[in-house]
Design a protein around this ligand. Structure first.
Ligand code: UDP
Ligand code: MG
Length: 314
């Protein structure tokens, strides 16, 4: 934390997982922009999210060189959401920016974002990419589908292509940190806390170094977390599905009784019976599975484990 009694004007929170090559570039470029903005009281809060490369060494070097650089190093990889939480908790600035280390969040946007907050009275400025250039096609399709489902299911409006790149005021940051849930889905938490948000749009930029930390499977699990974390509609839908099936079965029963009265009772329909049993069995397992998903989230929450464990903090 900053040793001055005066609060820094700007805090930059940067989650880093194996970003040894990106960090020096990020630090140099962002510092340049901050100097151009004529801000002297600022701080960097880097979070080393259990990196296995020399990310921590890079951060230690920066911290020795520049006292404005602070960092937290996690005891293992806790995920970007945990890293963001840790960083926002540690940040002290009047305004706080959240940025990726890989330069996909252009620091050149910072002056304009700060201006919107200071002059236009917004509490937060957020960015969304309007193109998904350089991204695998399949991933884009699933991402779009996810946003569509999420908007239908949840009361919070998750914006398509929203990045975590944001600049926020102190009350906004404190509101985000006050949500201390373990299943952190930041894309939902940001809209959930409310306030006035201004959106910046920009085209997708490729990372400067290293590779993306998101596999398709990781993204899939993340989207399920998002839906479970911000909507209870799947639970309601399971019940509706049950009622719907009961109505169909009642109609079926009526049909069978009528047929017996008219035609007698010819023994037939074993194949269709097996299909119905398997179908209903599947449906039941599916809805129990939905229940299970919620239960597992509750299980994680009630254990009240810390969101992250820091092994080193400067
Ligand atoms: N990140 C992290 N922990 C993780 C995965 C990623 O702190 O478990 C950081 C990563 O170092 C980067 C940011 O989160 O600064 C965004 O990650 P990435 O660039 O891999 O995601 P993408 O931009 O492809 O969505
Ligand atoms: Mg990236």
């Amino acid at each position: 934390m900053n040793n001055n009694n005066k609060l820094p004007e700007l805090s930059i929170v940067v989650p880093c997982f194996n970003e040894e090559d990106s960090i020096p570039i990020f630090y140099t470029e962002t510092t340049k922009i901050i100097k151009q903005m004529k801000i002297t009281a600022y701080e960097f809060v880097f979070i080393d999210d259990g990196s296995t490369d020399s990310t921590l060494t890079k951060l230690q070097e920066l911290n020795t060189k520049d006292k404005k650089v602070h960092y937290i190093s996690f005891s293992r990889n806790f995920g970007k959401e945990a890293a963001l939480y840790a960083g926002l908790k540690k940040a002290t600035g009047k305004y706080t920016a959240v940025m990726d280390a890989d330069m996909q969040d252009p620091p050149a946007l910072l002056p304009e974002m700060l201006k919107s907050i200071k002059e236009e009275g917004y509490d937060c400025t957020a960015s969304r990419r309007v193109t998904r250039k350089n991204e695998p096609v399949i991933r884009s399709i699933f991402a779009r589908l996810f946003y569509k489902i999420m908007r239908k299911m949840s009361d919070v409006q998750v914006v398509d292509g929203a990045r975590d790149f944001r600049l926020m005021t102190k009350p906004y940051r404190e509101a985000v940190v006050s949500l201390c849930e373990r299943n952190r889905f930041t894309k939902g938490i940001f809209p959930w806390v409310g306030f006035n948000t201004k959106w910046f749009e920009y085209e997708n930029i490729e990372r400067v170094a290293g590779t993306t930390k998101w596999s398709f499977w990781k993204l899939f699990k993340y989207s399920i977390d998002g839906i479970i974390g911000f909507s209870t509609k799947p639970l309601a839908w399971s019940s509706f599905l049950g009622i719907f099936m009961i109505i169909i079965s009642l109609a079926f029963i009526a049909f069978i009784i009528l047929r017996k009265l008219i035609n007698g009772d010819p023994v037939q329909g074993w194949a269709s019976m097996v299909c119905i049993i398997i179908f209903l069995g599947g449906l039941q397992l599916f809805t129990t599975g939905i229940l299970g998903l919620y239960l597992s989230k509750i299980y994680i929450e009630v254990k009240q484990r810390p969101i992250y464990i820091a092994k080193e903090e400067k």
